[in-house]
Design a protein around this ligand. Structure first.
Ligand code: SF4
Ligand code: SF4
Length: 368
């Protein structure tokens, strides 16, 4: 395992982090906790969770695992400023996470899911979440206040310049990095920890290995190339992987053990091949859920990625749509795209700022 300094915190964290958003929910708490302990035995010491992940069981699974996990390890969890909009609510949230995780303190507490400047301002307002987190820090309940963002590179950069937090968690991967690289480099140069989430673009890379052949080099698959990118880039401190099985952990750890780093030259080559396509791709993050018409927006938009990324024709998309309704990501879903009332809720929430309404209209035009 490679270990890296997390910014200026003095903490040495594993380059592969355990993202607790993809536990197998058919398994028991204890069975999933066993996966966490296995990761720790392979050298992983950074564990990231959040209230709500995996039907709100993720923090509890980690809590179970931490009961008898040897050695030093670091715990990261989160709270949204839109939900905990006062210092008191923020303190309550921290205490609740500590109790669920069964730890004395949270090492990295994230101001969670900043999608626009107003969210950041809400967290920072007098009497708001940040004030509560500072109090927790004084009382020894939090080591470091950090932040997760879904904004563009220059927007994240503005937050970094504010110097209120010590690290940043971003959805950055081999396909979308040009969109956020400015922030990654700036954070790295200024001594921030940089944690990357969603390294395989919600499963899109393993699913499209043929089209994305250029992401791997030598004997490497595109999926391995994508993992190597986030694990070995010096600018990225921790690459979060949403592990479900021990095999997933073995693969990521093998890549960390073997990997040769990406040079600036390699990064530039990939930048040219990828272009800016991923700026406008759906990552499957799910923040647009809760459509009042119950339209499964992430499923539709992930389907739309195929047109956008691989230049499928309208005819091909028509064919594919029939298939996905029957067998694919839209099978068994209620709430057809045609029910959209254009209320605008989903576009407000979208972490990628996508024109969801227009994409749904286009999908409807393929649905004959
Ligand atoms: S704009 Fe359409 S798809 Fe989006 S939330 Fe409103 S009804 Fe749902
Ligand atoms: S449409 Fe936007 S918010 Fe919804 S899943 Fe895709 S990227 Fe996330």
């Amino acid at each position: 395992m490679i270990y890296k300094e997390y910014g200026k915190t003095g903490k040495l964290v594993s380059a592969v982090g355990f993202g607790g958003m993809r536990f197998d929910e058919t398994k028991t708490l204890k069975e999933n906790a066993e996966i966490v302990r296995y990761a720790n035995s392979k050298g992983i010491n950074y564990f990231d969770t959040a209230p709500g992940y995996c039907n709100d069981t993720s923090e509890l699974i980690f809590g179970e695992a931490f009961k008898d996990m040897p050695g030093e390890f670091y715990v990261s969890t989160k709270g949204m400023p839109t939900q905990f909009d006062t210092a008191e609510k923020a303190i309550e949230a921290v205490k609740k996470s500590i109790s669920r995780l069964g730890v004395k303190k949270i090492n990295f507490y994230h101001i969670w899911c900043i999608r626009k400047r107003e969210h950041y301002e809400l967290a920072m307002k007098p009497g708001g979440q940040y004030e509560g987190l500072l109090k927790c820090q004084k009382e020894g309940l939090i080591d470091h206040i950090v932040l997760s963002s879904h904004q563009t590179g220059n927007e994240v950069n503005e937050i970094i310049m504010d110097k209120k937090v010590e690290g940043i968690l971003l959805g950055v991967n081999i396909l979308n990095f040009p969109y956020r690289w400015e922030a990654v480099e700036s954070a790295y140069e200024k001594g921030y920890g940089v944690v990357a989430m969603n390294p395989l673009v919600g499963g899109l890379i393993p699913k499209h290995e043929k089209e994305l052949y250029y992401l791997g080099s030598d004997n490497e698959t595109p999926t391995e190339g994508a993992l190597r990118f986030v694990i070995s880039c010096p600018q990225i401190t921790v690459a979060l992987n949403g592990f479900t099985t021990k095999e997933h952990i073995d693969t990521a750890c093998r890549i960390a053990d073997e990997s040769k780093p990406f040079t600036q030259d390699d990064i530039e080559k990939i930048r040219k091949k990828v272009g800016t396509a991923m700026n406008e791709a759906c990552t499957g993050c799910g923040y647009c859920n809760d459509c009042p018409q119950e339209i499964p927006i992430p499923n539709y938009l992930q389907f739309y990625n195929e047109k956008h990324l691989f230049h499928a024709t309208d005819e091909q998309m028509k064919e594919k749509l029939k298939f996905v309704y029957e067998w694919g990501v839209l099978a068994g879903k209620n709430g057809y795209a045609s029910k959209c009332t254009e209320c605008g809720y989903c576009e407000e929430e979208c972490t990628q700022h996508l024109p969801i309404i227009n994409r749904l209209k286009e999908i409807c035009s393929w649905d004959e």
